[in-house]
Design a protein around this ligand. Structure first.
Ligand code: GLN
Length: 547
């Protein structure tokens, strides 16, 4: 049965709780244990699928088609363990399950209350698959004291009582603010945060203290004393150049040792950190640099394209090159020439997105890349834009467009080269949807297989002919335009197994121009860069050597 580590945060949000959890997962793996990471989010949305990327950052899609929090992306990137739908839950999901059960009469007429009905539902969630791994790491979103978070804190308290002694520990992340005027690190907010935790019955076993300054031994001892934590379990967390240094950095300050000590695991198995040493070596010793333009819509918030930014870094690591990604709002050249904005870049990436705004700019970016022979990677909407561009400018379908834009505008203006798919094959059944379905969960979501055309650029990139990648979209390129587009040089080099859904297109006479209907960035890892990002950066490197 798994041991459980519950990870909570205090003082302020955005302390890097997800990263600390992911790094701890990686360190436990390095010591030979199997792990699974989970996220419990207090917000009331049922899942992040309908949340704006501006608000909440990227939606991370799992193989089994769940739309989850972006922290699950960190978990996967650090541990390589593929997340499942059952690794992410929100208050909204918990409450809707409880209310469904109530309507069905499952509670046999009882009064439904936060304790025990909501807390039981949370506890059931936490224990899913508990026999499969050595360690289950559960991160609670938000900070201690948030109103929405209370049932989660109560549930983990109960959970630890339900389990045999020593099977659950609590790790709490806080901030030590630095007061420049007095030259001091302040421990009081941490003391208050732990006090808040203790008032709801939770005593942390490990305290991770974020700090911009070195934490003096004296302050560490003080935190230990006032927070009732062992001094060696007060772990400093300093800012790092790269998030991928986190496993080594946390190991060096004793995080994994403190966790194993808290479980009284002795002697602790020796860690094998080779994977992370190699990652650090590649980061520290990059030789070249390439400039990649990312032409998108949600460019104000970096987290909106989190996995793409990370996958580009991984592609750089594979080539021992630094990737300088520059975010360009597609709208700025919607109505004007794209060239002045795109000249000087070694590669162009058009990411996924929703809605018509900015799409004319993205189409221009695809055209620029195709004509100037600049490496292009189109992801989801970025592939659809490349197809529309080719349809308009190569196949002379002047009004080519996507049904998505007509639906949004409520009028028919385009020939639907990209259309709204109503029915498709998923595994061995037919999935269907109506046009007016709810916005939540009506997309083609999760892992699907694609067959790659032998000899195509993409088959070479993957070194395989059958691949599986994650999807999140409503619209598809219409296969009926295939012959017409292929005759003009846009090859359909990846198709769904039934041959109905174009999954990958590429431009024939071009050094590197690939559009994919799926999201390869979701599966890239620092120690296993995704082949498309590896290939894309390699192609950008070639361009950089020519100029
Ligand atoms: N809006 C497009 C669709 O729904 C693309 C989605 C995406 O890029 N993830 O098909």
């Amino acid at each position: 049965m798994a041991r459980f580590v519950f990870i909570t945060g205090g003082v302020v949000s955005s302390l890097g709780k997800g990263l600390a959890s992911a790094a701890l997962g990686a360190l436990l793996q390095a010591r030979g244990y199997s792990v699974r990471l989970r996220k419990l989010d207090p917000y009331l949305n049922v899942d992040p699928g309908t949340m704006s990327p501006f608000e909440h950052g990227e939606v991370f899609v799992t193989d089994d088609g769940a739309e989850t929090d972006l922290d699950l992306g960190h978990y996967e990137r650090f541990t390589g363990v593929h997340a499942r739908g059952t690794d992410s839950v929100s208050s909204g999901r918990i409450y809707s399950t409880v209310l469904e059960k109530e309507r069905r009469g499952d509670y046999l007429g009882k009064t439904i209350q936060v304790i025990p009905h909501v807390t039981n539902e949370i506890k059931d969630f936490i224990s899913i698959g508990e026999d499969e791994v050595d360690f289950m790491l559960c991160e609670i979103g938000g900070t201690v004291g948030d109103i929405e978070g209370l049932p989660f804190f109560e549930a983990i308290r109960q959970f630890s009582q339900d389990k045999p002694r020593g099977q659950c520990i609590f790790m709490h992340l806080t901030l030590l603010p630095y007061l420049a005027a007095s030259g001091e690190l302040k421990t009081k907010p941490t003391q208050h945060s732990v006090k808040e935790l203790r008032s709801i019955g939770l005593q942390p076993d490990v305290l991770v203290c974020r700090s911009e300054q070195e934490i003096p031994e004296k302050e560490r001892a003080k935190i230990a004393l006032f927070c009732n934590v062992r001094p060696e379990a007060v772990i400093p967390a300093y800012d790092l150049k790269s998030i991928y240094e986190a496993p080594l950095a946390y190991h060096n300050v004793g995080l994994d040792q403190a966790v194993l000590d808290a479980f009284q695991i002795a002697p602790a198995p020796k860690p094998n950190l080779a994977r992370w040493l190699d990652v650090k070596d590649r980061l520290d010793n990059a030789e070249g640099e390439v400039r990649v333009a990312i032409v998108g819509k949600y460019t104000q918030l970096e987290d909106a394209y989190k996995s793409i930014a990370e996958a580009l870094t991984h592609g750089g690591m594979a080539n021992r090159t630094k990737v300088r990604a520059e975010w360009i709002d597609a709208e700025i050249f919607d109505g004007s020439d794209a060239a002045p904005h795109l000249e000087g870049f070694h590669a162009i990436l058009v990411p996924g997105g929703f809605g018509e705004r900015g799409t004319e700019g993205k189409i221009k970016a695809a055209q620029f890349a195709r004509e100037k022979k600049i490496p292009y990677l189109g992801i989801c909407l970025g592939m659809q834009m490349a197809v529309i561009e080719a349809a308009r400018n190569l196949a002379e379908i002047k009004d080519a467009g996507s049904e998505e834009f007509d639906h949004e505008a409520g009028q028919k203006r385009f020939e639907p080269v990209v259309y709204h798919l109503k029915e498709w094959i998923q595994g061995n059944h037919v999935a269907k949807r109506k046009v007016d379905d709810d916005k939540g969960g009506t997309m083609r979501l999760g892992a699907y297989t694609a067959n790659l055309a032998p000899g195509s650029a993409v088959a070479k990139v993957y070194g395989a002919e059958v691949i599986e990648e994650r999807h999140r979209h409503r619209y598809e390129v219409d296969v009926k335009y295939r012959d017409q587009l292929e005759a003009c040089g846009l090859t359909f080099s990846g198709m769904s197994p039934d041959g109905r859904l174009p999954e990958i297109v590429e431009v024939k006479d071009h050094p590197w121009f690939i559009g994919v209907q799926f999201h390869p960035e979701l599966k890239s890892k620092p120690f296993a860069p995704h082949p498309l990002f590896d290939g894309f950066v390699k192609a950008a490197l070639e361009v950089s050597r020519l100029v």
